[in-house]
Design a protein around this ligand. Structure first.
Ligand code: PA5
Ligand code: MN
Length: 194
């Protein structure tokens, strides 16, 4: 950290978004990605996942964290790009999580592509909101969230969430969502898992 710069990294503001592509650029932008090999047990048909190339890219995330994770009162910004594809009949999707601080909310806003935001209350009740370019989705607190790409092109969405929200991936790994988004008779359908 250079002398005189605040320890928060706030001096790295602004970054740039390409509003057409949804992608972020700037020295402060972090990148991560998930392949099929990194998603064991998350899709309904685990043997179908194992038959596919584990190196297959499922999604990428770019994020901007101008304050340290865990800071109360700050905000983060990110872009997620979910590739088109299926594991068996189930669409490529993000891992999905509750926030570590459960009551923290979040916005998702669709830039490109077609898909669905899958939302699960702590009761297990699961619903979807259809995502298409321009839709803005409010994810309430205490709600697990995951995005599936139901289209033939990349699904790109922006997100903004509190810097102290954190992630709880474990519970989703153990219990999954109450329903999965699969292709049924050529169309997306949210089918119950239990
Ligand atoms: O903060 C969010 O909810 C998003 O930026 C997600 O982290 C992103 O879409 C990737 O999903 P997941 O964190 O479930 O792997
Ligand atoms: Mn989140």
């Amino acid at each position: 950290m250079a002398p005189g710069k605040p320890a928060t990294g706030i001096s790295e503001s602004p970054i740039l978004v390409d509003w057409r592509a949804g992608t972020l650029a700037g020295a402060a932008v972090r990148q991560s990605s998930k392949t099929l090999g990194q998603m064991p047990g998350l899709f309904r048909d685990e043997s179908a996942r194992q038959r596919l190339d584990p190196e297959t890219l499922v999604y990428r995330v770019q994020s901007w964290q101008p304050v340290h994770a865990g800071t109360e009162g700050g905000l983060f910004w990110g872009t997620t790009i979910v590739e088109p594809g299926k594991v068996g009949a189930e669409y490529f999707m993000t891992h999905g999580h509750y926030h570590h601080i459960r009551n923290r909310g979040e916005y998702y806003a669709t830039v490109q592509g077609e898909g669905a935001l899958i939302l699960m209350a702590e009761s297990g009740q699961t619903r979807q909101e259809i995502m298409s370019p321009g839709t803005i989705h409010y994810i309430p607190g205490n709600t697990a969230h995951r995005v599936a790409n139901t289209g033939k092109t990349q699904l790109v969405f922006l997100a903004s969430w509190p810097s102290d929200a954190g992630y709880d991936y474990d519970l989703i790994r153990r219990t999954g969502f109450g329903a999965s988004l699969i292709e049924l008779d050529g169309k997306p359908a949210l089918v119950p898992n239990r």
